[in-house]
Design a protein around this ligand. Structure first.
Ligand code: B12
Length: 431
């Protein structure tokens, strides 16, 4: 009888466990392998390579790179503080070609919190004012009637509120109100539901709620958290992803903070974890930003933990990977068709490249062969295609990458590797 009681108790505990969104222990070797892909970033301390998202991801993970982390944060500080503060004084600073965007400044503030620092002093105050100004500008762009759009995106708007919140800086009700309205009226996204954007908004609201900020809006904030959670759960694919494989890490970050419980939530998260682990085996996570959003999840952490991070938690030291280079004998040549049909003068050409080439290699080769021109811009996620055949994407437009006829790629030009015979279309679309 006593045994039966213990058994029922155990079942009860297990049942309760699956009611919340928990990611059971993940094989540390798998985490180390992911972390190792970030190692090259730790050695690149030049402006164009510094990536605050990578730093945040590492600090919230179960792995570390020792003293390199300190050096990296120091370089981030030098770069962001100097550039932001100087560019506030003069627009044309020779050292700082581009003023960091609202999103980058927010990620930088998250990086400081990931090292358990609060923004301090005169310089710190100016950075906070700068971020608040960014948000005010966005609020104006959205407009009184909420009919406009932020200059950047609601993703960066959410990130901005989250960054201020983890630094315990209050944000005016008006600013929070814009994000609340967007969630309440389904205006976070233009064409289709973006799980990443919804998750980021949810993380920002969760921080506000936990910090007891904006008490007058508490009810709306609670409801908005519930709305994004429900929508993200609804966006689960049959394989288990929330949205797609790359939005699943942020979605899990949000669901893991959830006060909501229920068998549905627990099962959905377990299913997502199984799908993610399978995609890890397939090598889906190569992009540093994507890895940086996933690592906290595998360590049961989320960006909301930056309210009071645990900087003393033991983390496993990463050793450089010992890779044995595969013997490549005469790599075969494949053909990839590149097409641009959305312009007056369509372009369609079979491009021969070596097997394993990236889409960016295909674009380069097409350019070399003549008749094709393009431009790209560096971003934290890698090179972003900005212009094709001399036609630059305008405001709220972008050059979409598709596998013909109609399947949008889930990776950028540097990461996607087309197969022999594949046709890739570049299409100018609105978003
Ligand atoms: C907003 C957004 C967009 C907007 C960007 C415009 C804008 N004004 O913000 C639009 C809708 C245009 C867009 C386009 C694309 N996106 Co997008 N996007 C995002 C999102 C939600 C936020 C990015 C952001 O603001 N980051 C924070 C700031 C601080 O970082 P940043 O580097 O300064 O941000 C810039 C870049 O991220 C760039 N950007 C946006 N998307 C992508 C994708 C790639 C591959 C690259 C290199 C750059 C890039 O635009 C940002 C604003 O300037 C992320 C979600 C996420 N989880 O990260 C997805 C995300 C990065 N995008 C993704 C993808 C796949 C794309 C596309 C390749 C889709 C396609 N099939 O065409 C295209 C890019 C094509 C190209 N021309 O190179 C994937 C990348 C996955 C991966 N393996 O790397 C993500 C993670 C979404 C997802 N879950 O699938 N995107």
């Amino acid at each position: 009888m006593r045994h039966l009681g213990a058994f029922l108790f155990l079942l009860g505990v297990l049942g309760a466990l699956t009611d919340i969104c928990e990611i059971p222990e993940v094989d540390i070797q798998l985490v180390e392998k992911l972390g190792q892909r970030l190692l090259p970033w730790m050695d690149r301390l030049s402006r164009e390579h510094l990536n605050p998202s990578v730093y945040v991801g590492l600090r919230l993970s179960s792995v570390q790179v020792g003293t390199k982390e300190k050096l990296y944060l120091r370089s981030l500080k030098l770069d962001y503080q100097q550039c932001l503060l100087r560019s506030a004084l003069s627009e044309n600073d020779s050292d700082c070609q581009a003023k960091p965007s609202m999103g980058r400044l927010s990620l930088y503030l998250l990086a400081l919190r990931a090292n358990c620092e609060f923004i301090r002093g005169h310089k710190g105050d100016r950075l906070i004012s700068q971020l608040k100004r960014f948000l005010e500008d966005e609020k104006r762009a959205i407009g009184h009637n909420h009919k406009g759009h932020p200059h950047t995106s609601y993703y960066q708007y959410g990130l901005g509120i989250l960054a201020l919140c983890v630094h315990q800086k209050r944000v005016h009700n008006n600013l929070v109100g814009k994000l609340l309205y967007a969630v309440e009226h389904d205006r976070l996204h233009q064409s289709h539901f973006s799980v990443d954007t919804a998750a980021m908004a949810g993380l920002a609201f969760t921080c506000l709620k936990r910090s007891n900020f904006n008490p007058d809006q508490r009810h709306r904030i609670t409801m908005a958290i519930r709305t994004v959670q429900e929508k993200i759960l609804k966006a689960q694919t049959p394989e288990g992803y929330f949205g797609n494989v790359y939005s699943t890490p942020l979605a899990l970050q949000l669901l893991m903070t959830s006060p909501m419980s229920g068998a549905e939530l627990g099962t959905a998260c377990l299913k997502a974890k199984v799908a993610l682990l399978a995609s890890l085996q397939d090598g889906a996570f190569q992009n540093a930003v994507m890895i940086s959003q996933l690592l906290p999840v595998l360590n049961h952490k989320t960006y909301v933990d930056l309210i009071s991070p645990d900087c003393l938690a033991p983390r496993v030291m990463l050793e450089p990977a010992t890779t044995t280079l595969p013997q490549i004998q005469d790599p075969e040549t494949i053909n990839v068709t590149l097409q641009v049909l959305s312009l007056l003068q369509p372009y369609r050409q079979a491009i021969p490249v070596l097997a394993g080439s990236s889409l960016e290699d295909v674009l380069k080769k097409a350019h070399m062969l003549g008749g094709f021109i393009y431009e790209k811009q560096a971003s934290l996620s890698g090179p972003y295609l900005t212009s094709v055949m001399g036609k630059e994407a305008g405001k709220r437009e972008f050059w979409q990458l598709l596998q013909a006829p109609n399947t949008p790629l889930q990776q950028g030009i540097a990461d996607y590797r087309p197969k022999d015979g594949e046709a890739i279309e570049l299409r100018l679309v609105s978003w």
